[in-house]
Design a protein around this ligand. Structure first.
Ligand code: HEC
Ligand code: HEC
Length: 507
């Protein structure tokens, strides 16, 4: 941890100092470079937290700004393009969608340009896990269809820390199984093993005596086909995240995110919040991390390239290993055919493929909110503020004027996240360091669209490993920096708890 912080300091330099001092100026953050003085003042006013809960705030229902999809709440609610796409961007969206849904096949194959699958893999298409772009689910009977188990060992001393930096990794992979457990393999090769999850009961009693039973998962790898797993390797279970609004998140001004960070809890509210940093590009420069449950990727493209490589086994200019996550200890895997021979370039998914996939993944509409003016929803919103949820699930941002994607630029958005890392306590800890995130830290997930999770694809499982079966269970797992907030929820009257959950369902 200490080492990670030092690297962070030395590489980020000014930005880190800025993050530290920002909280001192919590009332008046320094102006944003992409805005003039008038806009800075306007935006500060617009993004202040709500104070009047008697009626909805202006534009509150349009939680994705002009990318919001209104009046459409059926099963394809997460699958629509942002309505403000230009005709050209819409064309790219549709081409990207085909790539997102494409099934990759093993090499050699007559279907050239679609081969290169694996040799080890978790799924054959993005869409297999991100079903209709909704969230994933935990494994069932050893079948993990939209879930991955990340593997890593702690760095030991300077040598392994140096290796991590040199490779541009976020941590040290398992020496045999690599960065992730792959539960499928092409014909002729053994898969790595199967994920097994079992649940124990945890009883929780609310202030008014209501009892709730949570399920606490434990994970193991059944039939590890390449020998026993290194005793030091930690397992980090993750369900697939919803795909909506990602381009908007990338368009948030980093200054706005850093201004919320309070790593040493200078304002004494018990909530620190640290910016994640992650190595980016060939030079492995440290940049602000935004995507993934531990904010381990800076851009939608980086996350998508990592998914193609680790989950599907497809190489790209960003992730050039054509054998995906095979390690040198998996010699047979490395000797299997790959899809590079059949390509013009030297990767299975060349730049145009990466660009279209990224366009699609960045421009999915955020559904409009329902019932913003409903009295119970407004009451629940007030309870959400009163319980301090808003300290991490920050309501509003205005995206950069100079954002690379026009449709994402200068939008008032309501993601309900600060995109920072928080210590969430032992109950949610996976013990795995990922970049600057330690084994107890997670990125606050955006809550927009969460009420439509079930409608979108039938999967209503919450938190990083999908252990929570209801929104209330998700709240009750909050610990660490969120302990006080959870306690406040538990002490509420039933009517107020119901209203708070009703508010979440309206997002
Ligand atoms: C095996 C299942 C699986 C496949 C296949 C898969 N994903 Fe994912 N996806 C996940 C999981 C799990 C996460 C959370 C990752 C993490 O935190 O480490 C995720 C996260 C993401 C995110 C970040 C979302 C956020 O809110 O931060 C993006 C973007 C993404 N995937 C894109 C893709 C693309 C593009 C493809 C196809 C190339 C793909 N994924 C294939 C399971 C999958
Ligand atoms: C200290 C910061 C913090 C506070 C305070 C906080 N949360 Fe969270 N919340 C998080 C983080 C981080 C996660 C992700 C944890 C994980 O996946 O293990 C999360 C997850 C969630 C989820 C599940 C989201 C998903 O996509 O699965 C819900 C719902 C939620 N929080 C609601 C609330 C409510 C309601 C409150 C107030 C009672 C609250 N949170 C207070 C940080 C916070």
């Amino acid at each position: 941890m200490k080492t990670a912080r030092n690297i962070f300091k030395s590489i980020i330099g000014g930005a880190f100092v800025f993050g530290l001092t920002a909280s001192v100026f919590a009332e008046a953050p320094p102006p944003r470079a992409d805005l003039n003085i008038t806009d800075n003042a306007r935006i500060r006013a617009v993004t202040l937290p709500a104070t009047d809960f008697s009626k909805p705030e202006a534009y509150e229902a349009m939680q994705g700004g002009a990318t919001t999809l209104a009046g459409h709440h059926g099963r394809d609610v997460y699958t629509k393009p942002a309505p403000n796409l230009s005709p050209e961007a819409l064309l790219n969206f549709n081409l990207g969608k085909a790539l997102f849904e494409k099934f990759w096949v093993s090499s050699p194959s007559s279907t050239q340009a679609s081969d290169g699958l694996g040799p080890l893999y978790n799924a054959r298409s993005c869409h297999s896990c991100h079903l209709r772009n909704g969230r994933g689910e935990p494994p069932r009977d050893g079948d993990a269809t939209s879930f991955v188990l990340r593997l890593a060992r702690p760095a030991e001393g300077e040598e392994s820390q140096k290796q991590i930096e040199k490779m541009g990794w976020v941590n040290l992979p398992d020496p045999v199984y690599g960065k992730q457990l792959q539960d499928f393999a092409v014909p002729g090769l053994q898969a790595e093993g199967k994920v097994q999850v079992s649940y124990g009961d945890v009883e929780v009693t609310m202030g008014d005596g209501t009892a709730v039973t949570l399920r606490k998962p434990s994970y193991r790898i059944a039939e590890p086909n390449y020998g026993p797993i290194d005793a030091k390797t930690t397992l980090s279970p993750r369900i697939a995240q919803p795909m909506i609004g990602l381009g908007l998140i990338e368009a948030i001004a980093p200054d706005d995110i850093l201004a919320g960070a309070d790593p040493d809890d200078k304002n004494g509210d018990g909530i620190s919040g640290r910016a994640a940093t992650t190595p980016e590009g060939n030079g492995h420069a440290q940049v602000l991390g935004l995507f993934g449950w531990k904010a381990q990727h800076a851009t939608v493209r980086a996350q998508s390239a990592a998914a193609l490589n680790t989950d599907i086994g497809i190489s790209s200019p960003d992730e050039p290993a054509s054998h995906g996550d095979c390690t040198s200890a998996e010699a047979k895997c490395l000797s299997m055919a790959d899809g590079v021979q059949s390509r013009l370039g030297d990767s299975e998914a060349p730049d145009p493929v990466m660009e279209l996939l990224t366009d699609y993944s960045s421009t999915l509409a955020v559904p409009a909110r329902r019932d913003v003016g409903n009295p119970e929803v407004l009451e629940g919103k007030q309870q959400f503020y009163a319980a301090g949820c808003i300290a991490c699930h920050r309501s509003k941002f205005v995206t950069r004027r100079d954002a690379a994607r026009k449709e994402s630029a200068f939008q008032l958005i309501w993601p309900y996240s600060d995109f920072l890392l928080h210590d969430m306590g032992e109950g949610l800890a996976d013990g795995q360091q990922v970049g600057t995130a330690d084994g107890r830290e997670w990125r606050t997930p955006p809550l927009w669209g969460i009420g439509l999770s079930g409608v979108a694809n039938g999967r209503r499982f919450f938190l990083h490993d999908g252990r929570a079966r209801t929104l209330e269970e998700a709240i009750l797992w909050h610990g660490g920096e969120a302990e006080l907030s959870k306690d406040r929820y538990m002490k509420m009257k039933k009517k107020d708890r119901d209203a708070l959950v009703r508010f979440l369902e309206s997002l």
